[in-house]
Design a protein around this ligand. Structure first.
Ligand code: HEM
Length: 117
């Protein structure tokens, strides 16, 4: 498969992650149908970003550099952000900003690769 195909999947995954996360953190209780849908959107985006990320690592023959390990750790943190926003005292607004900060670091790691680590 063309690495560009994985990159496009990666970007589609990111769109799903952030739209799902924003909607999940904005929606209140008692709207279980909507909540389930946006959680599925978020989860699908996470899965897409992970699979396509590993696809690029393999196709571009990047090996397993430290910036990829950092991306995987930050991906795990991103995966927890709906739970953090809904179930901890941090609350939805702070959690959303933390998720945006995580996304910026993840994007910079992807663009600059080893250059910033
Ligand atoms: C929510 C998590 C993630 C976000 C927000 C994110 C974001 C990005 C962005 C914005 C790019 C730049 C794309 C471009 O150049 O057009 C990128 C590239 C990349 N990402 Fe991610 N990423 C995430 C997770 C991952 C994971 C888990 C992996 C690896 C397992 C990964 C591997 C890569 C690789 C290898 C590239 C570079 C492709 C290239 O050489 O051009 N990413 N990422």
């Amino acid at each position: 498969m063309d690495p560009l195909f994985y990159k496009i999947l990666h970007l589609i995954g990111l769109i799903c992650i952030f739209s799902g996360l924003g909607a999940a953190l904005a929606s209140g209780e008692g709207r279980s149908h909507i909540n389930r849908l946006v959680a599925i959107l978020f989860g699908t985006g996470l899965l897409l970003s992970l699979v396509s990320g590993f696809g690029m690592v393999a196709k571009l023959k990047l090996g397993f550099p430290s910036w990829v390990i950092v991306k995987i750790v930050l991906w795990v943190a991103m995966a927890a952000m709906i739970t953090v926003g809904k179930r901890t005292s941090l609350g939805p607004t702070k959690s959303l900003f933390i998720a945006i900060a995580l996304g910026i670091v993840l994007a910079l790691l992807g663009v600059y690769k080893a250059a910033i680590i």
